[in-house]
Design a protein around this ligand. Structure first.
Ligand code: 5RP
Length: 218
């Protein structure tokens, strides 16, 4: 089975978490795209969706799935999204696709966060995947110096602007032993919009696609 087939398999498994007559939060990336495509088959069951990126909103709309403004929605029953890394505690690194800020907002609003990924995303310690940090453009050099002080090697993501008009620094060489603490610390650097550690609000369920089927971690 290819990595993409595993992503499709977990995306389909996540349909079990879709509750009739509710609003569903939608992530960003290739695994989330599979979920959007699967959701199209049961679109009449739901009231609508809130998307974590313009790209996902366009894909949803192309399927005729209603996309709502978060400000017009009071509750999201479940948020379904991929990840770049996950530990067994369901602490995540996200933001490989650069949508981390809106992803963190939609995850915060949602009652349940179901993370869908192929088995290669499961790690013992976060940080082998470079940690994405969304930064206000004028703060780029300052934030980069602060990240170096903390032992990271920030790399500017060339030619990329987030949906919020900001830049991304991908931080290499971090071994994240205390994800909650580092998430709080990095979020407090002036100029940082969002750090791609999802530990203060981890996933509630992790569905992992492997050769022998879908594994569920909670
Ligand atoms: C986007 C994300 C994605 O969930 C993450 O990059 C995983 O992507 P994929 O499903 O393509 O492997 O955080 O900002």
């Amino acid at each position: 089975m290819t990595q993409d087939e595993m992503k499709k398999m977990v995306a389909e498994a996540a349909l079990d978490y879709v509750e009739t007559g509710t609003v569903i939060g939608i992530g960003t990336g290739s695994t989330a795209n599979h979920f959007i495509d699967s959701l199209a088959g049961i679109k009449n069951k739901i009231d609508g969706t809130v998307a974590s990126s313009r790209t996902s909103a366009e894909r949803l709309a192309a399927h005729g799935i209603p996309v709502l403004e978060l400000n017009n929605v009071s509750e999201i029953s479940v948020y379904v999204d991929g990840a770049d890394e996950s530990t067994r505690n369901l602490h995540l690194i996200k933001g490989g696709g650069g949508a981390l800020t809106r992803e963190k907002i939609v995850a915060a609003v949602s009652h349940k966060f179901v993370c869908i990924a192929d088995a290669s995303k499961l790690v013992d310690v976060l940080g082998a995947f470079p940690l994405p940090v969304e930064v206000i453009p004028m703060a780029r050099s300052y934030v980069a110096r602060e990240l170096v002080k903390r032992g990271g090697q920030p790399v500017y993501r060339e030619g990329f602007t987030t949906d919020n008009g900001n830049i991304i620094l991908d931080v290499h060489n971090l071994k994240i032993m205390e994800p909650v603490k580092l998430e709080e610390d990095l979020n407090n650097i002036a100029g940082v919009v969002t750090v791609g550690i999802f530990a203060k609000r981890p996933a509630d369920v992790l569905l992992l696609g492997a050769e022998d089927g879908v594994k569920k971690l909670t």
